[in-house]
Design a binder for this molecule. Structure first.
Ligand SMILES: Nc1ncnc2c1ncn2[C@@H]1O[C@H](COP(=O)(O)OP(=O)(O)OP(=O)(O)O)[C@@H](O)[C@H]1O
Ligand SMILES: [Mg+2]
Length: 267
């Protein structure tokens, strides 16, 4: 079965990677471990944001695989890929990081993605949670290498433009072959006076399970400017809302609550 899969999506620069890193640290800090962190953005930054040196990416394996694939049959190919994927997992305290990287040239990435999807399905069972940092925009959603997402965190700056983007991604998510159990809106970089009323109103009208305001946090921005990774002490101002977001992502989903209520009302 494995723990919950939590994917972070949203417009470019909204704070997906920062919030994914903060939630990952919170999960590990509260004893939910080991966590599998997947950097699914071809422009990989989750490693840097966490202060982790990334050795090799899945994209690097593709070429290796291409050469070997001509010589061997299907089953050893899968076994070999599993072994390689195991080798490129960056093992950290409380979590492992898997970086997808950027496929180069016109060659098709589908084959490696199919192997990776199967591998992640199997691997998932050994982790207490999976955190996926996605690429900006919407296209990636159809290429997701996990087919079962428990929580899609829509990260949006608390502006009308930020909200509009989040709405578009939420609509696209409806049409996905991926099973999404719940969506949580994280309004990010919120100023001390709170989100503008029109933004709050638009957020309330979105089809989401819950909403969290994450304040603008000088420490988070300062770390990014200085190139210092997000560790367990990062982002004190954002800590409370990150705890709330983590709780929402690991607690029972609405669907589960409804099922539990139904059982109760029958018995
Ligand atoms: N709550 C916050 N307070 C202050 N700064 C923040 C906060 N969240 C994110 N940032 C800053 O916003 C910038 C963009 O953040 P981040 O890289 O996480 O966004 P992203 O959505 O992952 O971007 P991309 O689309 O490029 O992957 C960084 O400088 C980061 O430090
Ligand atoms: Mg990012």
């Amino acid at each position: 079965m494995g723990g919950p899969v939590i994917a972070f999506s949203g417009k470019g620069g909204a704070g997906k990677t920062t919030l994914a890193a903060m939630v990952l640290r919170r999960l590990v800090g509260s004893g939910v471990k080991p966590v599998l962190a997947v950097d699914a953005d071809p422009n990989s930054t989750l490693g840097l944001t966490l202060g982790v040196e990334v050795s090799e990416t899945v994209a690097d394996l593709r070429d290796r695989m291409g050469e070997a694939a001509q010589k061997i049959s299907e089953i050893p190919k899968q076994r070999m890929m599993d072994q390689w994927l195991g080798e490129i997992l960056d093992e950290q305290v409380g979590f492992d990081l898997l970086t997808m990287g950027r496929p180069e040239g016109p060659k098709c990435y589908c084959y490696v993605n199919a192997l990776l999807r199967r591998y992640l399905r199997e691997l998932r069972g050994s982790y207490a949670a999976v955190v996926v940092d996605c690429e900006a925009g919407m296209e990636y959603l159809s290429r997701l290498t996990v087919d079962d997402v428990d929580t899609l965190v829509l990260v949006a700056e608390a502006t009308p433009i930020g909200l509009r983007s989040a709405e578009r991604i939420a609509k696209l998510a409806d049409a996905l072959p991926v099973r999404l159990k719940q969506r949580v809106l994280a309004l990010n970089k919120v100023v001390s006076s709170g989100p503008p009323p029109n933004v709050r109103q638009a957020a309330r009208e979105m089809s989401i399970t819950a909403m969290v305001d994450v304040p603008f946090d000088d420490d988070l921005q300062g770390r990014c400017l200085r190139g210092v990774g997000i560790d367990a002490d990062a982002g004190r101002a954002a800590r409370g809302p990150i705890e709330e977001l983590t709780r929402l992502c690991t607690g029972p989903t609405n669907e589960q609550i409804q099922q539990a209520n139904l059982k109760e009302s029958i018995s």
